[in-house]
Design a protein around this ligand. Structure first.
Ligand code: GTP
Ligand code: MG
Length: 327
């Protein structure tokens, strides 16, 4: 069963807030009452508490991220020239005849969406029009939609067809990469985008087993090519494609069911852990207590966005009471 925000997740956030409050009380007090002679910046206890806070925060982030993936999933866009087999792949993944497939280049014009399940994660697959320059106004609109979808994707499948490529002429990794980098995709600026991508060479069923084996053994150097050999038609490579999608998304097989976290919660935890990280830096490198206090405050504010609490007043109260008790 999946645990809700009300349960263990908010419990863990609260625990983090408590640790953070304790630390802030200590740091703020040391800054406000210098005559207490607490040389707190040299105090190893602070560094240790910071480290343990950081690792708690990292752990929570990891768990929440898994929950976010399982709840909201990712969007994968299939991009490539016409006739590469994009619609065939969508149909194979969907296990259904969702998109029209013909031997004519330029068949698909609309975006065709289908959500599939990969290791428990919902993955929206979008099939798009083949990218090419065209005079046909309907196809032009299709290409425009395809490019917009690709820009918004979490992950791109860049597909080309093995058909008509003379691999024996392409001996260097660079030359082989050109198969992907030439054409409309490069012109459209997708080449420069940082969206993660899986490069797929489709229709490998047209090759003999030997040719395919030789092809797989090619050294792709550090070209980042490492293409996936696929037959959208007969299913070869589809399992590996799903595994790669799950890996790139960052999905981790776990026994535990993760928390169901919303995107904004995930962002808040991320902000908190980055602030704590910076706090550790300013303490270690500059021994700057004021800056540390500031970072702890932003970490606290970030967590407060999840719990919805106003924390500054609370904190002041705690500082006051802990000093009264201490005297
Ligand atoms: N042999 C073989 N043929 C394939 C494979 N995948 C697709 N085809 C064929 O290639 C042709 C084009 O396939 P589509 O899936 O329509 O290609 P597309 O990329 O969607 O094309 P557009 O919509 O025009 O951009 C069809 O005749 C398919 O049957 C494959 O893995 N092997
Ligand atoms: Mg198509």
């Amino acid at each position: 069963a999946q645990r809700s925000l009300k349960g263990e997740f908010s419990e863990r956030i609260r625990a983090l807030e408590e640790l953070l409050t304790g630390l802030r009380v200590y740091v703020e007090a040391a800054l406000d009452f210098p005559d207490e002679e607490v040389d707190f910046l040299a105090d190893r206890a602070i560094a240790e508490r910071l480290q343990s806070l950081k690792s708690d925060c990292d752990q929570l982030y990891g768990t929440a991220q898994q929950g976010h993936l399982l709840r909201d999933g990712i969007t994968v866009v299939i991009s490539g020239p016409p006739n590469a087999g994009k619609s065939t792949l969508l149909n194979t993944l969907a296990g259904d005849q969702r998109a029209i497939v013909t031997e004519h280049a330029g068949t698909t014009r609309d975006l065709i969406r289908e959500t599939i399940n990969i290791q428990g994660m919902p993955v929206q697959i979008i099939d798009t029009a083949g990218l090419r320059d065209t005079d046909n106004p309907v196809e032009q609109v299709g290409v425009e939609l395809a490019l917009q979808a690709a820009e918004k994707a979490d992950l791109l499948i860049e597909m080309i067809s093995a058909e008509g490529i003379d691999w024996s002429k392409l001996t260097s990794p660079e030359a082989r990469g050109l198969n992907f980098e030439s054409g409309v995709m490069a012109q459209a600026g997708l080449k420069g985008s940082t969206t993660p991508r899986i490069r797929v060479i489709n229709k490998v069923d047209l090759y003999s087993q030997q040719a395919l084996a030789a092809e797989r053994n090619q050294d792709h150097g550090d070209s980042g090519l490492d293409p996936l050999y696929l037959s959208a038609k007969n299913g070869t490579g589809v399992a590996e494609l799903k595994t790669r999608i799950a890996n790139i998304a960052g999905l981790q097989p776990t026994e535990q069911s993760p928390f169901i976290a919303r995107r904004r919660h995930l962002q808040a935890i991320d902000q908190a852990r980055l602030a704590i990280d910076r706090g550790i830096q300013v303490l270690e490198q500059q021994a700057a207590g004021e800056l540390l206090a500031e970072e702890l405050r932003s970490a606290h504010d970030a967590l407060a966005e999840i719990t919805g609490k106003v924390t500054s007043d609370q904190l002041l109260g705690e500082i006051f009471s802990s000093f009264c008790i201490g005297k």
